[in-house]
Design a protein around this ligand. Sequence first.
Ligand SMILES: [Fe+2]
Length: 193
Amino acid sequence: MPTPQPSIQSSVDLLLGPSGRAIAEAMESDLLHAIQHHLNQERQAHVAYFAAAIWCAERELRGFASYFSEESKNEHIHAEKFGEYLISRGQTVQLDSLERPKQSWTSIEDTVATSFLMESDLTTSLQQLYAMAERSSDIRTTVFLDPMIEKQNQAEHEFAHLLGRVRFADNHPSALLIIDNELSQGKHQPAQL
Ligand SMILES: [Fe+2]
């Protein structure tokens, strides 16, 4: 069995983050707290969409259920991306307890409208992060946020589109079933010109 080699002490002064990982640039504490908060907001959105998927599945709305289920998974992926980013910056990820999600809605229009508002809150939160990162000249964070914000704008656009179609259906079951069928086929994109 080979004898373990003694670890070689580095003679270089390293900046270490709270996780003990080497970091090139410390994070401003307000920005760090805001990112932690946003990560938890994404987790809350994951649970909120899971609840919406259940509500739709209970009402035989297969397409809406699968659409919300997919959205739920996407929100979890977003939370993971923020977690990976914080780790890459030598930070430890703080997971908060989640609130019990809303589980009752008066109509499918109510469900989609609630979702649109949640997306718009997520957009606002991301924009605030971006402004904070810019103020503290944290370019790594602005670069990380760029594609996140682009995807978020797209999510908001899609929900506005879906809400428009649901409002157009005006609660008529036959019209809602057409939309439900479209969603089952993965047709949720807004019109393209
Ligand atoms: Fe998200």
